[in-house]
Each structure stands twice: as structure tokens, then as C-alpha cells.
Design a protein around this ligand. Structure first.
Ligand code: NAD
Length: 361
């Protein structure tokens, strides 16, 4: 099959890690008989330098014309880069918010998986980790508290603020459907996280999730309060398969889940809309401190590309091949600097890409 992939290399380590992901994708294309056609799209600092804005309308059109978008990361050093002297709506990160909105990317998917070989980096005690964990967090990305009306004003001489958390049932239903759909491809368990003992928005969330669950009889589901979920993640992370939750709870819980894997350079993510389209990117930033030094870990980007094959192109076998190659390279003892430990072989970004490419079967 022929697929058109929009590529946002971005800033900092972005171009280095994306180039490694393309190396691996090209090997998959050769072995499995596909053609991946790449179109470079400017966003972030690179776009500010070339076009004066972090994302142009042409760039949005190019993304829309692609089957999916693979991204590195955008942004620079926030204290020294001239990009951060610009007004907030012209800074690199404004491009990301704009593209999410333009493409209606309302569902954010972040896996948290503990590799046996990296167990030592997990901050949780061995007896609590047990057999390890393998979960995804499905977070609503375009509604809730971060997008509601807000105001700051003085009331009778006292500074007073108001943020509002708004959801309608359609917004909840579409993310719940995404969560249950993903569960059918996994271990078929959804944990819906809310604060239904306090919030009206959570009570509606719970009601809609229960309605959606009726369409998925082979998926088991449970409700969990967000405070309990935060505790369970560090007490018994192995219990989770798909965590389904609203925007702010998901923001916090997905960072907590990332932390317990022990390495930011390994974590992929996908932002999806209600078509097969998605924007796939590592969970980390542009790491300006190591940019251009061939030190970055490209694995999160390679795993993001694997997710793109699985969720946007339905190429499960090919995605498995990429994920298995990453597992094999770790088993064989190769590590980039961020995940290095005594007794393993330290390699740079480009060599890590080569080693993974060679292990695609
Ligand atoms: P960061 O994730 O870029 O870096 C944090 C630390 O992790 C650094 O020490 C860095 O060297 C290390 N690190 C990150 N990715 C790594 C990798 N693949 N391999 C090895 N080490 C890695 O976070 P930050 O320093 O807070 O942000 C830097 C820039 O990235 C900022 O401009 C920020 O706004 C931007 N950012 C962009 C995105 C995105 O593009 N979606 C996300 C987060 C941050």
C-alpha cells in the first residue's frame, strides 16, 4: 500500500530522532511491500524562522492532505531562545495548539510500558511492580477545564479567579468510544477515571461511559476516582489496561504513568480525531541541551511511528515488527545515554536507529 506521511521534524533533537524513525519505517516498507511518501511540514521554531509564524495555513493544509503526521518535537531553550521573546501566540508551542484544533485531535493516547531490561530505572519497589505493567492512557484533549471560560478580576477589593470545566455528552461519548475501541485491540479492560463524588461533569462522564460500554460486551470496565487512581498507579500499576479520562486528570495521570516507566526517551504518544488520521509524536520535548550531539534516544519516536502504522494504517504486523525490534535491541544490551547502565553498550542516536532497523523482521 502507498501512504502519505506528513513529517514535522521540528526543532532541537526533532530532526535527528525523526530521521531515525524514517530509517526504520523505510526498512518496514521494503520488507512488507509498502511505499511511505514523506512530506516535510514546518512547525514551531523552524516555521518561525522561515515564515514568521509557528504554523502557516499551508502547513495545516499539508497535514490535512496526509494520511497521518509523524512529529519529532518543537521548541527551544525557553530562557535563551529568541523565540520566547515573541508574544505567546507566536511562540513555537502555539503551533501545536493550533494544529490540534485545526485537525480536531480530541483524543490523546499515551502508552506506559515497563521494559524488563529497564526495570532498574522504575522508581517503584520490585514487589509492587510484580510482572511489570503495560497500559495506555486515553485522555480527552480539547475540552474541560483547559478550554472553559476563565476570568481574573477584583471583587470588592479581593483578586478573584474563575475557571470553568465544561463537557457535553457528545464530547464524552466520542472519547469513550475511542477508549473502548483501543481496549478491544488490547487486554479488553477499561478503567474510567473521574471525580463523580464531587463534580457534575464527572457524573455525566460516568453515565455516558456506561451507555458506551453496552456496545462493547467483551470489554470489562470499572469506574475509579481520580485520587484513588493516582495512588493505584504507584501501588499496583499492573492492574491497568486502558485508563479513560478527561483532559486535566489525564494530563496529570499520564505524567505520573510516564515517570514510573523510568525513561522519558522511550514514551510515544498519539493524538487522534474521529477519522483514522492521527498525529504521532514522542512524549518528550526538543531537548535543546543535547541537540545536534547525536545523543538523543530515538526510541519514543520510533514507537510513535509504530503506533501510526497500527492506528492510522491498520498495519498491526508491521507495528509489531517495530515494537519487537525495539525490545530486541534492549535485550541485546544497547542503550542511548539516557537509559545507560553499567554492563550495557552505550550508542548514539544514529547507531540506535541502525540497530533497530537491522532487527526488523
Ligand atoms: P524535554 O523533554 O525537551 O527535556 C527534559 C530532559 O529530558 C532534558 O534533560 C533532555 O535532554 C532529556 N530528554 C528529552 N528527550 C530525550 C531523548 N529523546 N533522549 C535523551 N534525553 C532526552 O523538556 P524541556 O527541557 O522542559 O523542554 C524543552 C523544549 O521542548 C521546550 O521548548 C518545550 O516547550 C518543548 N516541548 C515540546 C513538546 C512537543 O513538541 N510536543 C513537548 C514538551 C516540551
Amino acid at each position: 500500500m502507498n501512504y502519505k506521511i506528513g513529517v514535522i521534524s521540528g526543532d532541537g533533537i526533532g530532526p535527528e530522532i525523526v530521521s531515525e524513525a524514517k530509517k526504520v519505517l523505510n526498512r518496514v516498507a521494503d520488507l512488507y511491500g509498502h511505499t511511505f511518501q514523506y512530506e516535510e511540514i514546518l512547525m514551531g521554531g523552524a516555521s518561525i524562522d522561515a515564515c514568521g509564524v509557528p504554523l502557516t495555513d499551508e502547513a495545516i493544509e499539508a497535514a490535512k492532505a496526509s494520511d497521518a503526521v509523524l512529529m519529532g518535537s518543537i521548541g527551544g531553550d525557553t530562557t535563551t531562545s529568541p523565540w520566547y521573546k515573541l508574544p505567546p501566540n507566536l511562540r513555537p508551542e502555539a503551533g501545536l495548539l493550533k494544529i490540534r484544533k485545526a485537525l480536531n485531535l480530541f483524543a490523546n493516547l499515551r502508552p506506559a510500558y515497563l521494559y524488563e531490561e529497564l526495570k532498574g530505572a522504575c522508581p517503584i519497589k520490585d514487589e509492587l511492580i510484580g510482572e511489570g505493567f503495560d497500559m495506555v492512557i486515553m485522555r480527552e484533549l480539547t475540552g474541560g477545564l483547559y478550554f472553559g471560560a476563565r476570568e481574573t478580576k477584583e471583587v470588592e477589593g479581593i483578586m478573584t479567579v474563575r475557571d470553568t470545566l465544561t463537557y457535553n455528552e457528545n464530547e464524552i461519548r466520542r472519547i469513550a468510544v475511542k477508549g473502548f475501541d483501543i481496549a478491544t485491540k488490547r487486554r479488553k479492560k477499561v478503567t474510567s477515571v473521574d471525580k463523580a463524588n464531587v463534580l457534575d461533569s464527572s457524573r455525566l462522564w460516568r453515565k455516558v461511559v456506561e451507555e458506551v460500554a453496552k456496545d462493547y460486551p467483551d470489554v470489562t470496565y470499572e469506574h475509579m476516582l481520580v485520587d484513588n487512581c493516582a495512588m493505584q498507579l504507584v501501588k499496583n500499576p499492573g492492574q491497568f489496561d486502558v485508563i479513560l479520562t478527561e483532559n486535566m486528570f489525564g494530563d496529570i495521570l499520564s505524567d505520573e504513568a510516564s515517570m514510573i516507566t523510568g525513561s522519558i526517551g522511550m514514551l510515544s504518544s498519539a493524538s487522534l480525531n474521529d477519522t483514522r488520521f492521527g498525529l504521532y509524536e514522542p512524549s518528550h520535548g526538543s531537548a535543546p541541551d543535547i541537540a545536534g550531539k547525536d545523543m538523543a534516544n530515538p526510541i519514543a519516536t520510533i514507537l510513535s511511528a509504530a503506533m501510526m502504522l497500527r492506528f492510522s494504517f491498520d498495519l498491526d504486523k508491521e507495528a509489531d515488527a517495530m515494537e519487537d525490534a525495539v525490545k530486541q535491541v534492549l535485550k541485546d544490551g544497547y542503550r542511548t545515554a539516557d537509559i545507560y547502565s553499567d554492563g550495557t553498550a552505550k550508542v548514539g542516536c544514529s547507531r540506535m536507529g541502525d540497530l533497530i532497523r537491522e532487527r526488523i523482521l
